[in-house]
Design a protein around this ligand. Structure first.
Ligand code: PLP
Length: 407
């Protein structure tokens, strides 16, 4: 008899974005004349940088000629891209990461979901609340949690991120093995300081734990004192894996490219307590289950690191950060406490009321769509996330409507 993985039955249906879509559709049907402005979803709105498009086109043309055609590439990614990443994203910032410690992938969602496969099912995970939901759900699927009770899974150590701790969670008070951290954070927009991140690295070293550091939004960091990579922190190379994405930094949400960094010094243990390198374990997994990102996409990603590419990416991020500044200033002026928006495309707004009520008020009174914070975890209740991914004109219009409706 064929049987299912019953862990899937523990998963909570994610109604968040379908609920939002339904409420928006109902509102639109009742108010056909109203132009709804969407500041909900975390997808970029600006097109790919020209440098990337040119490289993409050129690589597609290479595929049209027998002499330059490429079939299967290295599963880990082409050296031309891995070398650029190592030099620009790490070595230039004083982080000693080499090209062969980088694994190119089709995005951070897959990586953050897949990476847990190389760990025992018998470990305790710790994850921030609120946070990007993929970390939790993939561990539920893998059987690392108990059932869902009172809004949380049994067996998981939740790292509460609240106004009281500045949305940077405290170190765990009970033993944990695999720690997910995401900075700048989705959804709170909070960014972590070097000192605070050092405390997490020290904790992992002292407790033989491992940190999975999701830096999908590092390109939004403008405060130079903040770490963009966990490998800027002393001792991190033995206890941290970093996940990155070209989605938000270069607009690759539709063409898909990201990468994982696993330093060769990064270790975990077997049941007898013997050490094992995670680099070789992931290499085995990746080469068995993945056949590489397409050549034109990797050439487009490589172009991110050209002089024009860097300039064009920066211009896009500046655009979103300008939107974010406006949103944060306007919401603050209306008396709402906000975090994020300075080193992140998300503004986390304390609505001082139920998340969904605040969402409905924004939609019905201003025709603006946001995301209810409760969809990201129990600690998100009472908050909404406003995203800066839209045109400046739309953001200006949205904010003036909100000012009129809520002011
Ligand atoms: N990690 C975080 C924190 C995210 O918010 C997202 C997407 O919104 C991702 C990863 C997924 O990125 P990708 O498009 O590379 O799969």
């Amino acid at each position: 008899m064929i049987k299912i993985n019953e862990n899937y039955l523990k998963l909570q249906a994610s109604y968040l974005f379908s609920d939002i879509a339904k409420r928006v559709a109902d509102f639109q049907a009742a108010n056909p004349q109203m132009e709804v402005i969407k500041l909900g979803i975390g997808d970029v709105t600006r097109c790919l940088p020209k440098a990337c498009i040119d490289a993409f086109h050129k690589a597609v043309d290479e595929m049209a000629d027998d002499r330059t055609f490429r079939g299967y590439g290295p599963e880990q990614g082409y050296p031309f891209l891995r070398e650029k990443i190592a030099a620009n994203d790490f070595q230039d910032r004083g982080a000693d990461i080499s090209a062969d410690e980088i694994f190119i992938s089709d995005g951070a969602k897959c990586d953050s979901g897949n990476i847990q496969e190389i760990f025992s099912s018998n470990i305790r995970i710790a994850l921030p609340d609120p946070v990007y939901p993929v970390y939790l759900d993939t561990n539920v699927m893998a059987g690392r949690t108990g059932g869902f009770k009172d809004g949380r899974y049994e067996g998981v150590y939740y790292l509460d991120s609240t106004r009281d701790n500045g949305f940077i969670p405290q170190l765990p008070k009970e033993p944990v093995d695999l720690i997910y951290l995401c900075f700048p954070n989705n959804p709170t927009g909070a960014a972590i300081s070097k000192d605070k991140l050092q405390q997490w690295v020290d904790y992992a070293r002292e407790n033989k734990a491992l940190i999975l550091y999701d830096a999908a939004y590092e390109a939004f960091i403008r405060d130079d004192s903040l770490p963009r990579s966990i490998y800027e922190i002393n001792g991190a190379k033995e206890v941290a894996i970093e996940i990155r994405s070209f989605s938000k930094s270069a607009g690759f949400t539709g063409i898909r490219c990201g990468y994982v960094v696993i330093p060769k010094t990064c270790i975990a243990y077997d049941d007898k307590g013997s050490k094992h390198g995670l680099h070789s374990l992931w290499n085995r997994r990746h080469t068995t289950k993945f056949n590489g990102v397409s050549y034109p996409v990797q050439r487009a990603a490589e172009a991110v690191y050209s002089q024009e590419g860097k300039q064009q990416c920066k211009e896009r991020i500046d655009h979103y950060l300008r939107n974010a500044r406006l949103i944060r200033n306007e919401m603050t002026a209306l008396g709402y406490e906000c975090t994020g928006g300075d080193n992140s495309p998300y503004i986390w707004v304390d609505g001082k009321t139920d998340s969904w009520s605040f969402f409905d008020e924004m939609l019905e009174k201003a025709g603006v769509v946001c995301t209810p914070g409760a969809g990201f975890g129990k600690c998100g209740q009472g908050y909404i996330r406003i995203s800066a991914f839209n045109s400046f004109e739309n953001v200006k219009k949205a904010m003036s409507r909100i000012r009129e409706a809520l002011g």
